[in-house]
Design a protein around this ligand. Structure first.
Ligand SMILES: Cc1ncc(COP(=O)(O)O)c(C=O)c1O
Length: 465
């Protein structure tokens, strides 16, 4: 089953109590709604009644600036609202910003106006939400048992040195040297994910195209900033990139290589073919170092116009919680993105990790980890039960599976102590798709046995479908 996220856009006058806000929302909320979020104008997000309404139901509440709401095309704009708050729509625009389709247009209930948009996938769902304590975590693709001891020593020393504000210069120089780039072409970030938000803030794309299925944060960030996004869905089961399928007038193109969640590694030349003057081409290489030798990486290419390569230390070094990554691109684009960052965006320990993980010795170690991963992936694939289809040709630290009755299988696996990543929150995938992290062969074999037993227990077709 595809997950649905309901976003209720709310416009309210000051001083309206929570009961009145909830009465208005309940009047329009679709039956059997999935997860619900509230969205409004930023100036109203601090209204006590609205805050209390959200808190009572446990719904997240987001406030958007008037300028962002004003950029959303809505069916029922109002000149009166525009004159009052600087955007012709609050409820409809705030509901639509989450990326869904409007199912309830602007409806007034007393002093509260509501509109409802439903999105087919929750772009903000990530594997860590599935890896609840007590389960074996195959839902998050971060190396376990890391960071290695020598890196922990570096990090501890950096924590001790954290009384001073961070100095990014050594890290920038180290990253530039590792990739043969100018320092002005290096943007240090709090994780790869930060770059997507910076792009959404710095650029005003007329036609942004995101290649799916892929990591959903780039699209979520673009939508949150009010940019329209066009999805280019690659066809399964191969999920190969056809550069000619990307609209030629797209001025922003985003794709991952290797791709999460398909684990497909596109040929570097096919990705490079997407670069052209007047376009920003964002290649999310957060998993590039999971492939030994990084054969298809474009990180060192300075000849391609508008190419921005996004990298992360999260996966190979087991540093998800540190928030550390970087981007490589033309100096003017890097400067435009940096201008959107707060001062001191990357902490002293994260900067120390950048220096330590880009030394030649660390890069050799990363390569060894990637080679071992190849062997471990082969062991996982060999152990899987026959009924399970391995989708595409996996090349990274996870594999995408197609399992009949996937949603139920995932639930049953959780009951047996295993967390795998649901596929249906990735545009283009279904409830039958499950993403599984590659772990050591012992863990993979134990998982394969649990999966086989789960499938056997679910033999009755009525229960599966
Ligand atoms: C493809 C991809 N890119 C980027 C990220 C985010 O990486 P970071 O932890 O560096 O922000 C993830 C995290 O899941 C990812 O899967």
């Amino acid at each position: 089953m595809t997950s649905r996220v309901v976003t209720v856009g709310v416009g309210t006058s000051p001083g309206v109590p929570a009961s009145e806000v909830l009465a208005a929302i309940d009047a329009v909320l679709p039956a059997a709604a999935g997860p619900v979020r509230l969205a409004t104008l930023d100036a109203r997000a601090t209204e006590p009644g609205l805050r209390e309404a959200a808190a009572r139901r446990g719904w997240p509440l987001t406030g958007h600036p008037a300028a962002v709401l004003a950029g959303v095309a809505v069916p029922t704009p109002s000149a009166r609202v525009a004159a009052a708050v600087g955007t012709a729509s609050v409820a409809e625009a705030a509901a639509l910003l989450a990326g869904g389709a409007l199912v309830v247009p602007k409806t007034a209930h007393g002093r509260v106006t509501v509109a409802v948009a439903v999105s087919d996938v929750d772009l903000r769902h990530h594997g860590d939400q599935e890896a609840t304590p007590g389960l074996v975590d195959l839902a998050v693709n971060v190396r376990t048992g890391a960071p290695p001891e020598w890196l922990r020593t570096v990090l501890h020393a950096a924590v001790d040195a954290s009384a001073a504000y961070p100095d990014p210069r050594p890290a920038r120089a180290a990253v530039a040297a590792a990739h043969g780039r100018d320092e002005a072409e290096v943007l240090l970030t709090a994780g790869a994910a930060e770059t997507f938000t910076l792009l959404a803030r710095a650029l005003r794309p007329r036609r942004a195209v995101v290649v799916h299925p892929s990591f959903t944060e780039p699209e979520a960030a673009l939508r949150a900033a009010g940019h329209p996004v066009q999805r280019l869905l690659l066809d399964g089961p191969g999920y190969r990139l056809d550069p000619t399928a990307v609209p030629s007038d797209a001025d922003l193109v985003v794709l991952g290589n290797p791709t999460n969640p398909t684990s497909v590694l596109h040929p570097g030349e096919a990705v490079a073919a997407l670069a052209r003057p007047g376009r920003v081409l964002v290649v999310d290489e957060a998993f590039a170092d999971t492939v030994a030798g990084e054969p298809e990486s474009l990180a060192g290419r300075t000849d391609l116009p508008g190419l921005l390569v996004v990298r992360s230390l999260t996966k190979t070094w087991g540093l998800a919680g540190l928030r550390v990554g970087y981007a490589l691109g033309p100096a003017d684009l890097v400067a435009a993105l940096a201008a959107q960052q707060p001062h001191w965006p990357v902490s002293t320990p994260a900067l120390a990790a950048l220096v330590a993980c880009t030394t030649p010795a660390a890069r050799v170690e990363a390569d060894e980890v990637a080679r071992r991963l190849d062997v471990h992936r082969t062991a996982l694939l060999a152990a899987l039960p026959e009924q399970v289809q391995v989708v595409a040709e996996p090349r990274s630290s996870f594999v995408l599976l197609r399992v009949p009755g996937g949603a139920l299988v995932r639930e049953r696996l959780r009951e047996r102590g295993w967390a795998v990543r649901r596929g249906d929150t990735f545009p283009g995938l279904t409830g039958d798709h499950l993403r599984v992290a590659v772990r050591d062969p012992g863990t993979s074999r134990a998982f394969a046995t649990a999966l086989a037993e789960t499938l056997e227990a679910l033999q009755t077709p009525e229960e599966i479908r």
